[in-house]
Design a binder for this molecule. Structure first.
Ligand code: DQA
Length: 147
């Protein structure tokens, strides 16, 4: 099973970015943890971060035929990007949306997601733990839906 973790804009600054909201764990640490946990679940995982919408779209396209499932924290693009939604639907790869913070407990503009209604599931509010929960949920979903 091959997975892809996508991190959107400003998540490269995790560790120092608004630690009261996002915690002190760095993206490197999150990726290392994902690699370790995915391996323990018998899956491979590639991790990719970009501050550019088109680069994320390209990475989704590259997953077509190669990737079984996607974990995506699209960060601010969650609330703005029809292009990311269209890319995910175009490749038809099952995905789990996740956020470190509870976006529903924050500003109204963060309550809407362009990705959520077509996701396998959505996890938010558990800090770096959201990645672990999303990984476990995605792997369980993919295992259950295998023919
Ligand atoms: C975020 C929540 C988004 O609203 C915000 O724009 C981010 C991070 C989160 O993980 O909590 O950049 O996706």
């Amino acid at each position: 099973m091959q997975l892809l973790a996508l991190h959107g804009p400003n998540l490269n600054l995790l560790g120092t970015r608004e630690p009261g909201l996002y915690g002190s764990v760095t993206l490197e640490q999150i990726n290392a943890d994902l690699q370790q946990r995915a391996a323990a679940l018998g899956a491979g995982i590639d991790c990719f971060q970009s501050n550019h919408e088109g680069a994320l779209v390209d990475r989704i396209h590259q997953g077509h035929g190669r990737v079984n499932g996607i974990l995506i924290n699209a960060a601010a693009y969650t609330h703005t990007s029809v292009a990311l939604r269209d890319a995910l639907l175009a490749v038809a790869i099952p995905y789990v949306e996740l956020h470190l913070s509870n976006t529903h407990a924050r500003e109204a503009f963060r309550h809407h997601s362009y990705l959520a209604d077509r996701a396998v599931g959505v996890i938010c509010g558990f800090g770096a733990g959201s990645y672990r929960l999303a990984l476990e949920g995605l792997v369980a979903h993919l295992r259950a839906s295998r023919p």
